[in-house]
Design a protein around this ligand. Structure first.
Ligand SMILES: Cc1cc2nc3c(=O)[nH]c(=O)nc-3n(C[C@H](O)[C@H](O)[C@H](O)COP(=O)(O)OP(=O)(O)OC[C@H]3O[C@@H](n4cnc5c(N)ncnc54)[C@H](O)[C@@H]3O)c2cc1C
Length: 267
């Protein structure tokens, strides 16, 4: 990547106005950007905007967009939240040096199909706060990114108590996932998210509705839920795996995920 003019604004409005210029773009950790054969006429580094902290209240975690993946996986309580589901997902992303640089903001804004982190964030029903657009759900952002250029300020996770599972399948530890699945049980309600299909993570809404309406969680119900998941989710093929392989993987991972979270309800 080539940057022609590099700015580190200390004021959000200044950063936003710069971003509206043609060929202007945000630089978070630069971890992904630097791999791209791209020229940024105006590179806007967000590191002067104090967006690099995690604030915890009784209700929420508010994660600044410049918080690194490493900050999340080592945070005193976020790392164990919901059985450590975020730490587990992040632990599969390259090594610590990359995780010290890559940010949650760059991960969300990139809307990467291969993401390990977006899948559990989706199941956690994370919300996003943008400078101009305000608050939107991660779910709606992943379905359709807003057309206007904006700055992601925060990712908000509402605290809930339950059990969560995350499984990613990779050919080698440092590769992108072939498929990943996160299943959560909050009270009596299930959530199922599937990522690296290879397109971006999505909630398996029909599967969730079926599980939540089922009176007893029998072996047959779990099998049927997994069958609904592979029916409702669209899979594709790429260099890492075929559509048929992903479909099989999804069925197995959804079944296993449901079983893992089904029988306990602890934080
Ligand atoms: C070699 C390598 C391997 C990787 N492997 C994996 C993997 O296996 N699994 C996985 O989940 N991830 C993987 N990643 C991705 C990584 O986890 C990060 O998601 C990614 O690198 C984002 O980097 P960054 O935070 O430095 O963002 P940048 O590279 O700085 O920016 C990424 C994009 O987001 C935009 N952006 C950044 N912040 C904001 C903001 N606040 N508001 C609006 N737009 C913004 C930028 O303009 C840019 O378009 C890998 C990354 C690398 C470099």
């Amino acid at each position: 990547m080539k940057i022609e003019a590099y700015t580190v604004p200390t004021d959000l409005e200044e950063a936003y106005q710069l971003l509206q210029k043609e060929d202007a773009g945000i630089i978070a950790g630069g971890a992904w950007l630097k791999l791209l054969p791209k020229t940024l006429v105006h590179g806007i580094d967000l590191s002067g905007l104090k967006l690099d902290t995690i604030n915890e209240t009784e209700e929420n975690y508010t994660i600044g967009s410049m918080v690194t993946l490493r900050q999340i996986e080592t945070h005193s309580s976020l790392r164990t939240y919901m059985g450590g589901v975020l730490q587990e997902a992040i632990s599969h992303i390259m090594g610590v040096p990359i995780r010290n640089i890559a940010t949650i903001g760059g991960t969300v804004a990139g809307r990467y199909g291969f993401s390990d982190l977006l899948t559990p964030l989706l199941a956690l029903r994370a919300n996003l706060v943008f400078y101009k657009k305000g608050q939107i759900t991660l779910e709606s952002y992943l379905k359709e990114a807003p057309k206007e250029k904006d700055i992601l300020l925060q990712v908000i996770i509402k605290k809930e108590y339950g059990k969560a599972n995350y499984t990613t399948v990779k050919k080698t530890a440092n590769d992108f996932p072939i498929l990943n699945v996160s299943v959560m049980k909050i009270g009596t309600h299930f959530r199922v998210a599937v990522g690296a299909r290879p397109s971006v993570a999505t909630l398996a809404t029909k599967t969730m509705a079926y599980l939540n309406e089922s009176k007893a969680l029998t072996e047959e119900v779990i099998e049927k839920a997994a069958a609904i998941a592979v029916e409702e989710i669209k899979f594709g093929s790429n260099a890492r795996g075929s559509k048929a392989y992903r479909t099989q993987l999804c069925k197995v991972l959804v079944e296993r995920g449901i079983k893992e979270v089904a029988y306990e309800n602890t934080n």
